[in-house]
Write a protein that binds this ligand. Structure first.
Ligand code: ADP
Ligand code: MG
Length: 156
């Protein structure tokens, strides 16, 4: 586990862009944090690092957004989903277990049983230090993305 402090949305996006630039293969990334923590901000930066040119917005209402970058990117927001049947309906399981694409999952804690075994976990927390400071904690579930995780710790 390692953590980084950012002091503005652009700093969070810049950190995430470094992360995105390091991605050389499919990966699953879970983003945990309260409403307004900065999950979508992080995804926007990450998408930039993956050379996505289109606009990246929150999929809160449409549940999943698809972007084209160096890899196909599937961006889920599980906040509004109630049941595992709904997850199945939006094709979550097929996407989450596909290889060669980047899967970004906001609110993974809503469906912990549905998550794949291997992913990089990004937790974003406000701090007690003003409105714009965030603590970003990265950790690893499973070992599949260990090499990438170590690289992130070194270069991001
Ligand atoms: P979430 O997807 O977690 O609900 P968003 O990324 O949509 O959150 O929104 C984060 C909000 O917090 C934005 O209004 C952004 O401007 C603000 N913000 C302030 N400081 C930061 C920071 N250090 N990192 C990310 N967002 C920040
Ligand atoms: Mg969001």
């Amino acid at each position: 586990m390692f953590r980084r402090i950012t002091e503005s949305p652009s700093e969070t996006a810049a950190l995430a862009a470094l992360f995105g630039a390091r991605i050389k293969d499919g990966v699953v990334i879970c983003l945990e944090g309260d409403l307004g923590a900065g999950k979508t901000c992080f995804v926007q930066g990450l998408a930039g690092g993956l050379d996505v040119k289109s606009e990246v917005t929150s999929p809160t209402y449409n549940l999943m957004n698809i972007y084209e970058g160096r890899f196909p990117i599937y961006h889920f927001d599980l906040y509004r989903l109630e049941t595992e049947e709904e997850l199945e309906e939006i094709g979550f399981y097929e996407y989450a277990n596909a290889t060669g694409s980047v899967i970004l999952i906001e609110w993974p804690d809503r469906f912990t049983d549905a998550l794949p075994d291997d992913y990089i976990h990004v937790k974003i927390e406000r701090t007690l230090n003003g409105d714009n400071e965030r603590c970003i904690i990265l950790s690893l579930a499973g070992l599949r993305y260990e090499a990438l995780f170590k690289e992130l710790n070194q270069f991001c």
